[in-house]
Design a protein around this ligand. Structure first.
Ligand code: ADP
Ligand code: MG
Length: 766
């Protein structure tokens, strides 16, 4: 770090010298040096300092200000593949630009990930003129426009060109979906070639901790509708809460008690609900339970026009087009008595955790990573470096306020907010969820106090509200994550009367999120205050029962004494630590589970790639392979031979026919070869199509089974085994089953598909 500080000082001295150059002179010099460094590809210290001075000067010419030493230090930290912890308002956008430039000189291909499209576009547009001045192409990849009438393969060419820019701005989910999609296509011109070289993630904790486990899923292929949704919904409505099932609100899980299981056995007339052949039934019971207990109308979803629409719990946004995990959606539809929609299969899925672990190098920026440094190191091999503040913060973090009841707390918050607003201070009131944000909003409306509500439902509008949030006597109610990435600016007048006041309506589930909330105030050495309000009826105590807290609460005292307050303070810390440990464990398990699928996926995607890109098969070898598959099925699967021939070899087979399987395969082979002989490459093309079709069809089924296994294991609380181990064992079995199914499909598709050749080859699969 000291070394970085020295470097940054030298950089700023060199940069001063560049200021005297005319624009034309500077551009010419900067472009020449950039090209030279790029070709050299390896910079010594002196060159690095010279390169840094060029980018800093380019930024100055475009933006009118000179990078702070801490921004240069931050950039060097990123270049080393670490996380730079820099508070909100320290200028992470510029820090990233400097790092991207250095990465470019090292011939990296790099992607800067932001949390949403608005930020990606904002930062891309901000940086483009700077890079342009240095002759470096950069690109912005946005969500694919599904309504455009361009041909898909043409769009893919354009998209590929954007991704091929050495510097790319995009979001994690755009990239994630492109990754999944590109591995599902069968033609090489539609396949995106993504670069997994260097990823810089802005607000990295939000992506790799908060959203880590959320899988991106591409689904399709409606499967046969299950009729179990309604009946399991009926069953669940007969259950007695607590006695028949129990739940953990925070983890959003619910499970049957022994008594509940007995009831289910009776209701569904099965001997043991949890035996292996009741896989589907158990799944549906669990889904119905979840739909009826955990999922709340108005909070998790709404019903409009006979359809269930998801709400994002922190932002309250309707998530158009997204569905709950496989089956849950239908379970909720059954609960709300709307018609059941088609169930989708997951065709491909990946979590952010694994997506980002695929990069050669990973770096990140955030104001709050230090509390989770152990996890970053263990899971991503990322070190967290705390970059000093440019100007020391003078923000005051005030003492917590404690009350017994929620209604007392509301009154206190109201009083305090009014006090601050009357003094001219802007107030940011931060709540845990959209749900609580609305409670406070209604509360303030009922007293005729005008305010803005920031829930993240309209991201672009959010920037407008944030701009207002630093103005004199403005009240803004926001959820924890809303507006993250856009900093609240205050003017001189506000600065003089104490800056932005942050009021948190409760303590959140981790110290990291508490810090995130505090960090909204007091940027760049500005004044500001933060304070938290606690009541014994807060969610944090509801989620985690503490006897002592309950005792204080039961006394119905209005005023808490010193010792009680100290006790509460201590308990909150303890609960947060406990949650943090639990979250860490969950993320770790989830990563391991994902890893299993990832390894399988990589093998399959690799096989697909080699099929798409090269079509040279030894014909002899292929025939032998088919014979092997046939033998394997006959020998090991205890298939009735007649049935087997019927299903795989010859649909017009009659029992009396004398048949030799190997000869049949030879005959078919000769037939196909003769038919396709006159067309160049047609035979290879045929085999190609068969292989891809077989792999793809079976892979989709496999991913779906894996996804279900995961849900099931998450909810299976009975067994004593460790869930991870259980998952791995079961997934091995499923994988073997999948490989066999692919072989079977290849055999079947080869023997039974119909071929037509006119202008090109057309295969109709059985
Ligand atoms: P962060 O992402 O760290 O919260 P931003 O990159 O959004 O911060 O920058 C916050 C504000 O500070 C922006 O308005 C930006 O233009 C300004 N800023 C960044 N770097 C500098 C600098 N070196 N000098 C003056 N202002 C700066
Ligand atoms: Mg930022």
């Amino acid at each position: 770090m000291n070394n970085f500080l020295r470097i940054s000082k030298k950089v700023l001295i060199l940069q001063k010298d560049l200021e005297v150059k005319s624009n034309i002179e500077f551009n010419e010099y900067a472009q020449k040096m950039t090209l030279k460094f790029y070709k050299l590809n390896k910079l010594d210290n002196e060159m690095e300092i010279s390169a840094l001075s060029i980018i800093v000067e380019a930024i100055r010419r475009e933006e009118g200000y000179i990078a702070f030493p801490v921004q240069i230090i931050g950039a060097l930290t990123l270049l080393n593949g670490n996380i730079a912890e820099m508070k909100t308002g320290e200028g992470k956008t510029i820090t990233a630009i400097i790092a991207l430039y250095l990465g470019y000189l090292k011939n990296h291909h790099q992607i800067l990930f932001t949390q949403n499209q608005y930020l990606a576009k904002r930062d891309y547009e901000f940086s483009r003129p700077i890079f342009k001045r240095l002759n470096i192409p950069s690109g912005l990849v946005e969500e694919l426009d599904k309504n455009s009438d361009q041909k898909f393969s043409f769009k893919m060419k354009e998209r590929q060109a954007l991704y091929d820019n050495p510097i790319v701005y995009t979001t994690n989910d755009v990239f994630g979906f492109d990754y999944l999609q590109s591995n599902l296509v069968s033609q090489s011109e539609e396949k995106l070639n993504l670069h997994f070289d260097w990823a810089i993630i802005d607000e990295i904790d939000s992506i790799l901790l908060d959203d880590a486990q959320m899988p991106l899923i591409i689904s399709g292929n409606p499967k046969a509708q299950s009729n179990l949704f309604k009946i399991t919904n009926n069953f669940v409505s007969l259950l007695d809460p607590l006695r028949d099932y129990q739940m953990d609100n925070r983890k959003k899980t619910v499970w049957l008690t022994e008594r509940g299981v007995q009831k289910a056995n009776k209701f569904f007339r099965v001997e043991n609900l949890f035996s292996e052949n009741n896989f589907e039934l158990v799944k549906h019971v669990m889904l119905a339970l979840q739909a009826n207990t955990i999922m709340k109308l108005g909070d998790d979803y709404i019903v409009t026009d006979g359809e269930i629409k998801l709400l994002d719990s922190t932002t309250g946004r309707i998530m158009e087009g997204s569905l709950f995990e496989s089956g849950l959606h239908q379970a909720i539809e059954a609960k709300e008595f709307v018609s059941l929609s088609k169930e989708n299969r997951s065709m491909a899925s990946v979590t952010y955790q694994n997506l980002f672990r695929m990069f050669n190098q990973l770096s990140g920026l955030t104001g709050t990573a230090y509390t989770n440094r152990k996890e970053f190191l263990e899971i991503y091999n990322l070190r967290v470096d705390r970059i000093p503040e440019n100007i020391k913060s003078v923000r005051k973090d005030l003492k917590d306020h404690y009350t017994v009841s929620l209604s007392n707390k509301l009154e206190q918050i109201m009083k305090r907010t009014m006090e601050l607003i009357e003094a001219g201070r802007p107030v940011l009131l931060v709540t845990e969820s959209i749900f609580t944000a609305n409670i406070y909003s209604n509360f303030f409306w009922s007293r005729n106090i005008s305010h803005n509500v920031l829930t993240g439902s309209q991201i672009a509008n959010e920037a407008e509200i944030i701009k207002m949030a630093g103005k004199k006597s403005t009240l803004t109610i926001a959820t924890i994550i809303a507006g993250r990435g856009t900093d609240i600016k205050i003017d001189k007048e506000v600065q003089e009367i104490g800056g932005l006041a942050v009021i948190a309506t409760e303590h959140f589930s981790s110290k990291r999120i508490d810090n995130q909330v505090r960090g909204r105030s007091g940027r760049q050495g500005e004044s500001g205050t933060t304070e938290f309000f606690v009541s014994l009826e807060d969610k944090i105590f509801e989620d985690f029962y503490v006897k002592g807290i309950d005792r204080i609460s039961n006394k119905k005292t209005v005023k808490l004494n010193f010792f009680q307050k100290e006790y509460i303070k201590h308990k909150i810390k303890q609960i947060q630590t406990k949650f943090e440990e639990e979250d860490y464990k969950n993320r770790f398990n989830s990563m391991e589970m994902d890893e299993t699928l990832r390894v399988q996926r990589e093998i399959i995607y690799h096989e697909r790639d080699s099929i798409i890109n090269q079509n040279q098969f030894s014909h002899r070898h292929f025939v032998e392979l088919l014979k092997g598959y046939a033998k394997d099925i006959v020998d090991n699967e205890n298939y009735d031979k007649t049935r087997f021939i019927f299903d795989f070899i010859d649909e017009s087979y009659s029992i009396d026919d004398q048949i030799n399987i190997e000869e049949e395969i030879n005959d078919r082979f000769n037939y196909v070869q003769n038919l396709l002989d006159q067309y160049p490459d047609a035979f290879e093309e045929f085999i190609n199509q068969i292989l891809l079709k077989s792999i793809d069809t079976e892979w989709v089924l496999h991913v779906d089974r894996m996804q279900q296994l995961r849900l099931l294991i998450d909810k299976r609380v009975t067994g004593q085994k460790n869930p991870l181990q259980e998952y791995q064992e079961d997934s091995q079995r499923l994988y073997k089953f999948f490989r066999k199914s692919v072989n079977k499909a290849i055999l079947k598709n080869f023997m039974l598909s119909r071929l037509e050749v006119k202008n090109n080859l057309k295969v109709t699969f059985p």
